[in-house]
Design a protein around this ligand. Structure first.
Ligand SMILES: [Zn+2]
Length: 341
């Protein structure tokens, strides 16, 4: 299925060999593509290659001061959680780490545009949900989720966006960027006992569900199945960013949750079905999840999604964005529901 999946070989990150000391599989993206090609799900011709996010793209959200700080090796080392990177110079780590993240950010932006045109898109990277306009952290430098939403809002291509953040960690970056914005609804389902525990950013979450460490498939999926229709009904979005971190996987020590690979595939299926049933454009970004199993889980989930979408298209015809995007939604804003914990 061509024209929906976004990937660039430059997504994959090298740190002069230092990545061997980092817990992340920084070649996850290439491994996903290889899995999908091995399974005959896609060919190289099916993949869309994004451009690197430009300075103008980045400046739609990031302050000049923050972008300048990235030239400082020690600041960079802190953001990427690789202390030894303090010894590198900018001309070394920019092409090896920052440029891949700019390509990934460009991929999320392209994914947003493709989703508006065709109904859905998947960027095989991105989801840097700890980065905001003025801060980074947790291996997140550029705020790709905020950038795609801010850009499409500025262009008046969308009016009300929904962020569905199902990574194991609280997505404090977009939360800080959109705090107080009535046109952005954030649904965040995360482990409340791990990083970042950002109390200030929590104020921006309109539907918040904090999980306990070790939460397993049944409880996780029951919550999602119950909450997601309520979220869509309240948010009435014309655009969805789905942050599909796989660090909820039971084998991921950073996420500390207990969801199985089958549970993750079911999760992605539920989210896509909810969006496509409502003909709401959705772009999925991959976010966290860097264990050795992550690439295969993502690959299997995408294989499942493509199969379901293909069946659906044969039954109903393709589901492009059908909302009257040139006109604002006249419906009144809904009152935020009670916070769930
Ligand atoms: Zn995470």
């Amino acid at each position: 299925m061509s024209g929906h999946i976004i990937y660039h070989p430059r997504y994959n990150i090298s740190l002069c060999g230092l990545e061997k000391f980092h817990p992340f599989d920084t070649y996850k993206y290439a491994h996903i593509v290889q899995y999908l090609k091995d399974r005959g799900v896609i060919t190289d011709g099916d993949l869309l290659r994004p451009k690197q996010a430009s300075q103008q793209d980045l400046r739609s959200v990031h302050s000049c001061g923050y972008l300048c700080c990235l030239c400082c090796p020690c600041r960079f080392a802190k953001l990427t959680e690789v202390p030894a990177a303090c010894l590198c110079c900018w001309c070394c780590y920019d092409p090896m780490v920052l440029a891949p993240m700019r390509f990934a950010t460009g991929g999320t932006l392209l994914g947003g545009r493709i989703a508006l045109d065709t109904g859905w898109a998947i960027n095989l990277s991105g989801g840097y949900h700890h980065a905001s306009g003025t801060h980074g952290g947790g291996f997140c430098i550029y705020a790709d989720i905020s950038i795609v939403i801010r850009t499409l809002l500025n262009e008046k291509k969308i009016h009300k966006a929904l962020i569905i953040d199902l990574d194991a960690h609280q997505g404090n970056g977009p939360e800080r960027d959109f705090l107080g914005d009535p046109n952005i609804h954030i649904f965040d389902l995360y482990n409340g006992s791990i990083y970042p525990k950002d109390r200030y950013a929590k104020q921006a979450i309109k539907t918040r569900v904090e999980l306990q460490s070790g939460t397993r498939d049944k409880r996780y999926l029951d919550i999602l199945r119950t909450t997601l229709p309520e979220v869509f009904a309240e948010a009435r979005p014309d655009f969805v960013v789905y942050n599909a971190g796989t660090d909820i996987f039971e084998g991921d020590s950073l996420g500390a949750l207990g969801v199985s690979d089958e549970g993750i595939i079911a999760r992605d299926d539920i989210v896509f079905r909810e969006a496509l049933d409502r003909r709401t454009p959705i772009v999925m970004v991959l976010s966290g999840g860097y264990t050795k199993e992550s690439a295969m889980i993502v690959g299997r989930s995408i294989e499942n999604l493509l199969s379901k979408i293909r069946d659906r298209d044969q039954r109903l015809g393709p589901a492009p964005a059908s909302l009257p995007l040139s006109q604002p939604d006249p419906a009144p804003l809904m009152v935020a529901p009670p916070v769930r914990k």
